[in-house]
Design a protein around this ligand. Sequence first.
Ligand SMILES: [Fe+2]
Length: 289
Amino acid sequence: MDQQIIDIEARTWRLDSTDAKWIAALEAGKVLHFPQMEFALDEAEKQILTPAAQAPGTRSITLDARGRFKGAAGDPGQQAVIAGMIGRFRAQAQDLVHSLLPAYKNTLKMATTSYRPLQVETRVQSWRSDDKRLHVDAFAGRPNHGERILRVFTNINPNGIPRVWRVGEPFEEVARRFLPRTEPYSRWHAYWLRAQFKTKKVRSEYDHLMLQLHDCMKADPEYQKTAKQVTIPFASGSTWVCFSDQASHAAMSGQFMMEQTLHISVDDQYDPQSSPLAILTRLKGHKLV
Ligand SMILES: [Fe+2]
């Protein structure tokens, strides 16, 4: 398989310079891996590296785009430390993305920042929400009409435990394999879902196909085993960046991670033709949004 993970030796979050090859690789759905880019914690932050930092029944601790902070446990002092750590990570992730992708700077939208203190491998989930299966990100309740999902991840495990991912085949190969199995799009059903408040916007054919790809991949145990893939242990103290709506990925194990989500429209990419929307539009032969 063509190399799906690109190692970059930078150590500082604000890169001294970028490289057109890194940008092209990222937009082609590859994972940019910065083995030495560490998110350093102060003493107070090291004390909150415990699952007890997270409120029971929540999926992660989050700071959303509007600055709303949710999911933290503990007294106000502890919550302030957690919020501070998440805010600092947001600023550093933003530095990285702006210096890596300068042309995105004015149109990139900041979304949720998360701190994930729970262990991945012990989580019990339905097959559809089991992120230990290879998938591309697509969210049933949040149609995005092709807008991109860019993510920055950092492993902050204090015991040197890696965050292990599997990374699968390129998006176009996923699409060619599973598109013949997808159910047809129904505009009426999409309007019904919106009317029932099951989706935040009307689901476009693009959103429908992305969800179908996500589900078909996860529902196929043979594909999970035999698909072209690499396993990569992202070490503690490392950072990685990908378009998670395009890079086929599975999070197998690990604990204590920071994650930043950002959005950008396809038209503001360096190469809009590399996007899942362009690829699916080409393969289907008609407009999808
Ligand atoms: Fe995912």
